[in-house]
Design a protein around this ligand. Structure first.
Ligand code: HEM
Length: 209
């Protein structure tokens, strides 16, 4: 079967969701670890950012992320439409929105997508940042989290990401037959939430300034 024919099957679309989800998750984990360099003193995270630009990984990463986000969204949309059509045919009077998990994933995905747009305007472009100087990553992050409403926006997005990762990792590892899939999903979500939330928490409490 060629690649396009395989993609047309439900299993093919689920495989695309899993593979692109795994790549996005890898990015999220590396980004979270990168953010933790802020705890290594003033200038550490700025140096890390400079190094990323110097080694030339920024643009290839952006292209890979764009492709993965587009495919992840497309496969999700097509799988939802397919499930809805199938249910419509056999269960005329049933609700068509799907179960709790499906709804959580859909709304979680929307919140994460909206957050990423805001986040890029805030910390990549600097337009929505109170400091907003390119390359001054430490100062930009600290300027952000001095405002409670920015902390709140980031916390909501990180928690939405946590739920999304919990279900996604659980679902993918369960398909692979891993017995502890629930624990792995929950563990991944807790680590990611704790890692990301530690930065605004450190700024709010004055640990990082
Ligand atoms: C407290 C949480 C977070 C902090 C402090 C943070 C910090 C940053 C900073 C400082 C940058 C800009 C780096 C630079 O261009 O100089 C950035 C870029 C980015 N962040 Fe985050 N981030 C957080 C959460 C997230 C989350 C949850 C996601 C994904 C869902 C995410 C995805 C991205 C992306 C896609 C970029 C753009 C990278 C590029 O320039 O190509 N971030 N982040």
């Amino acid at each position: 079967m060629d690649t396009i024919a395989l993609y047309r099957t439900t299993v093919g679309k689920k495989a695309v969701m899993a593979v692109t989800g795994a790549v996005l998750l890898l990015y999220v984990v590396v980004h979270m670890l990168g953010n933790l360099t802020i705890f290594s003193g003033p200038g550490a995270i700025d140096g890390y950012g400079r190094w990323l630009r110097e080694v030339g990984v920024v643009w290839p990463t952006r292209v890979a992320l764009l492709v993965c986000v587009a495919l992840h969204f497309l496969a999700a949309y097509q799988l939802t439409a397919r499930a809805r059509r199938a249910r419509g045919r056999y269960e005329h009077r049933r609700r068509v929105q799907g179960g709790y998990a499906a709804r959580t994933m859909r709304w979680g995905g929307v919140i994460i997508a909206l957050f990423v747009v805001y986040h890029l305007l805030d910390l990549t472009a600097g337009w929505l940042n109170p400091n907003g100087v390119p390359g001054e990553i430490h100062a930009n992050v600290v300027a952000d989290f001095r405002h409670w409403y920015v902390v709140l926006a980031y916390a909501v997005a990180v928690l939405a990401l946590g739920f999304h990762v919990r279900h996604g990792v659980w679902s993918a590892t369960r398909t692979l037959g891993v017995a502890t899939s629930r624990v792995i999903g929950l563990g991944a979500a807790v680590v990611i939430c704790a890692g990301f939330l530690s930065v605004p928490f450190a700024v709010v409490t004055g640990l990082v300034s």
